[in-house]
Write a protein of this length. Structure first.
Length: 276
C-alpha cells in the first residue's frame, strides 16, 4: 500500500500515516505540496493520502478543505498526533554551538518560547521539517540545527540536542486520511460537510438551529470566501452523530436550509491522542 504525504520521509505526516496503518505494510510517497499528495492518488501513484487539516496551536489549514472538496475525493478517517518538536544537529554539538536553525514556519512558531531564550541565532524557514534535517545531514553542516520529529533524527543520523521544545505541551495535529470515493463508507459517527447559505440575515443561524434541534454536535465550523465578488462564504463543518441518528434525515434537513451541500466524508471519530 502506498501513502502520499506532504513533506520528506521522517516528517510528522509519515509518523501519522504509519500509526494509522499500523497493521499494514506501507510505502511512503513524499510530495512537495498538499495538492500533489492528492494528485498522486488520482494518478494511481498512491492508494491514499495523509493530510494535516488543523493544529491545536496554529488552527485550521483552510486551503486543504478546499483541495479535498475540489478533488472529488473523500475523507475516510482521521488521526490525532501529539507533535513533539525536537532540536537536532550533527552529533557532538551543544546548543551553544548552534548559530542557525532551520524548519517549517509552523514548527518554528510552535517553539518560539524556547527559541526566544537563545541568543545569536538565525531562524531559516524551509518547506519541511524532515527536509531540514536531511539537508543538514547530507551537507554535513556544523553550527546548524533543525526542528523536526524524533524519527527524522534517527533516519538522517542527527543527534537530538534539545527534546520537546514546543511551547504548548498539548500540541497536536489532526490528520485526515483521503481516498477515492469508491473507498467511502456510510458507517461512522462523524461527518464533514461543506455548504453555502442564502445571502440574507439569519441564514447560517437557521442551519445551526436545525442541527441543534436534532441533537447533532457541531464540533467545528469554518468559513472561507467563495471568491465570486459578492462577499459570500462557504462553510466547512464537522458533525458528530449519535448511534440513533439517521444521517439521511440529517442530510435532508441540511439540504432544505443550506445551499450546495456536499458530504466530504463519513468516518469514525478518533478519540485517541497518539505520541510522535
Amino acid at each position: 500500500m502506498k501513502i502520499s504525504i506532504q513533506g520528506e520521509q521522517g516528517s510528522f505526516h509519515e509518523v501519522a500515516a504509519r500509526q494509522y496503518f499500523k497493521d499494514d505494510s506501507i510505502d511512503i510517497v513524499p510530495c512537495s505540496t498538499f495538492d500533489l499528495t492528492l494528485m498522486a492518488v488520482k494518478d494511481n501513484r498512491a492508494d491514499f493520502a495523509m493530510m494535516a487539516i488543523e493544529n491545536a496551536r496554529s488552527g485550521s489549514i483552510l486551503s486543504n478543505y478546499t483541495l479535498i472538496r475540489e478533488s472529488g475525493m473523500k475523507i475516510l478517517g482521521e488521526h490525532n498526533l501529539r507533535i513533539k518538536q525536537n532540536l537536532m544537529a550533527l552529533p557532538g554539538q551543544p546548543v551553544e554551538a548552534i548559530r542557525e536553525i532551520r524548519s517549517h514556519p509552523i514548527a518554528i512558531n510552535q517553539c518560539m518560547t524556547y527559541l526566544n531564550r537563545l541568543r545569536g541565532i538565525t531562524l531559516i524557514e524551509t518547506e519541511d521539517t524532515a527536509g531540514s534535517a536531511r539537508y543538514i545531514s547530507e551537507n554535513r553542516l556544523k553550527g546548524v540545527a533543525a526542528i523536526s520529529s524524533a524519527i527524522s533524527a534517527e533516519m538522517y543520523g542527527l543527534e537530538i540536542i534539545a527534546p520537546g521544545i514546543e511551547t504548548y505541551k498539548k500540541n497536536y495535529t489532526r490528520f485526515l486520511m483521503i481516498g477515492e470515493e469508491k473507498h467511502a463508507s456510510n458507517d461512522g459517527n462523524k461527518t464533514s460537510v461543506s455548504f453555502c447559505t442564502g445571502h440574507k440575515p439569519g441564514s447560517l443561524a437557521t442551519v445551526l438551529v436545525r442541527l441543534a434541534e436534532m441533537d447533532v454536535n457541531l464540533s467545528k465550523i469554518q468559513s472561507v470566501p467563495r471568491l465570486n465578488g459578492d462577499w459570500e462564504y462557504m462553510f466547512y463543518a464537522d458533525l458528530e452523530l449519535n448511534p440513533d441518528h439517521d444521517f439521511e434525515l440529517v442530510r435532508d434537513i441540511l439540504e432544505n436550509y443550506a445551499l450546495e451541500l456536499e458530504v466530504l466524508g463519513i468516518y469514525a471519530k478518533d478519540d485517541k491522542l497518539y505520541e510522535s
